[in-house]
Design a protein around this ligand. Structure first.
Ligand code: FE2
Ligand code: FE2
Length: 185
């Protein structure tokens, strides 16, 4: 179901751009973490990069038949520094999405009766809340100069739900646990 209203379409393009960049940013920062001997933090970045891909994929599909540029309101930093600083960039970007961007986008989609966009924004918002927490855990370890403790990370390929504790079904979109993607050490 394609988007009909210009404002929701703008927000979808912005979100597609933001998620696409977050995906790449996290893959770059994963390499940096590996080089600093923090493979678990590297793996967390890769797992969350996959979740951001799922969000971009959802936004992209709702944008079917739309053409044009996108101004990206991602609130995120550029460049690769030390992992502890990269994690702060990740936390800041995720917080921007949780506190400002997705609540506004979600409410707009609701007001404009854009059900497909509403679904895509809702999925992203719920996942980003978890990403903030996981990145904060990673940063607490990195600040002490060590890698984080991290079991397998499971990511729902439909909504990007990210967890270290595999549920029977995704609590956000209902997908069966057998379909989760595993990021194992
Ligand atoms: Fe995220
Ligand atoms: Fe899900």
């Amino acid at each position: 179901m394609a988007v009909k209203n210009a404002m929701t379409a703008d927000f979808l393009r912005s979100a597609f751009g933001g998620e696409s960049m977050a995906h790449m940013r996290y893959l770059i920062w994963a390499e940096m973490a590996d080089k600093e001997q923090m493979p678990n933090i590297g793996r967390l970045f890769r797992a969350i990069a996959y979740a951001e891909w799922a969000h971009a994929d959802n936004h992209f599909r709702v944008l079917k038949e739309q053409v044009g540029d996108a101004t990206v309101a991602a609130g995120a930093v550029f460049g690769a520094g030390k992992t502890v600083d990269n994690l702060q960039g990740a936390i800041d970007g995720e917080l921007h999405e949780v506190e400002q961007m997705y609540p506004v986008y979600l409410e707009t989609a609701r007001c404009q009766n854009e059900r497909a966009a509403e679904r895509a924004f809702h999925f992203a918002l719920e996942a980003e809340k978890i990403h903030v927490r996981l990145f904060q855990e990673a940063q607490a370890a990195a600040q002490q100069g060590r890698d984080m403790e991290l079991g397998t990370v499971y990511v729902c390929p439909v909504c990007g739900h990210t967890t270290t504790d595999l549920p029977d079904a995704c609590p956000v979109c209902g997908l069966d646990k057998g379909k989760y993607k595993h990021f194992t050490a």
